[in-house]
Ligand binder design. Sequence first.
Ligand code: ZN
Length: 369
Amino acid sequence: MEPQPLLIYTPRYIQFDYGRGHPLRLYRLKLAYELMKDLNLLSPPVKVEEPQEAPQDILLTFHKPDYLKALEKADQGYPLQGDYGLGTKDNPVFPGVYSFSKLVVGGTWRGSYRALEGRRVFHMGGGMHHAQPGEAEGFCYLNDIVISLSELEKKGLKVLYLDIDAHHCNAVQEAFYHSPQILIVSFHQYDGEIYPGTGALEEMGEGEGKGYNLNLPLDRYTEDETLWWAYQELIPPLLEAFQPDILFTQLGVDGHKDDPLTSLLLTTGFYERFAQDLASRWHGPWIAVGGGGYDLVNVARIWAIIWAYMAGRKIPDQLPESFLRVAIMEGYDGPFIQDLPGWTGIPGHVPPETRKRIKFLANNCPLLK
Ligand SMILES: [Zn+2]
């Protein structure tokens, strides 16, 4: 019997709040959870487990002790203005910021272990790929991804880390730049302006890790067909050649066409094909975490679609009444889960620039030669 798919979630998440006007609203986690529940995507054999706060020794495997002290102070309400990247517009100090961040790490950490039992695990609260060892960055305080990947690396496991967030996974790339054990693939908008500015095609790893860090920079207004083509060129052959022990996906969904922070033009069509393909192709341990996504209704819709494929369920095309009421208040005029088809550009049209980039990666990655 296949081990049960596992969703990691706690209603505690929405007790925390980045504050008025901040683009990251934790309420999206509840919205996604409720949608999954209403779509019957959480009934047995699916299991739901709550994350626990990660203990300090785990945090110290990546983060600096003085930064953790500062976070602890921030948690207790000490004002910090810019020290350690805290108290800025991006990384506000809010009540419980440390507890929240420890929950995030705990969920992904535990989720990785549960995945190693042969499961598919999704921890929507995780995905903080910008957090630095001694600094908060890009809405991220503690790096649940690097901490969990390091643990898997220490166990001698090979991991394929695939990051589809519209922003480059700067801190993850940096942490494993020399490691051939953690194969990193990132698809992200890259236009000389968007945060964090790293993630160039040529950044391919160093030393033993050379060729094991694959960045696919995407131009503004990249559409479904282009990314889907690139995905097919890279991921199936990499899975085949690398034979990872575990798949680790960061599922930031801020590449959606309506996301307020980015300029990619993806629709649910891309995310659905992506999830369908991975779910049918990969049958080993799979830990998925969340990430960016700043249009609440879209985040909930897309994560529900991806989870349906991970859990081997069918998705109806209509949103449930209960969800629709909230969606309408958030400006979504529904009633469908998927975006209407036919929105994207010419099927099969892939810009020559993208083809060139894939060719460059293929020429410089030992697994694609
Ligand atoms: Zn992002």
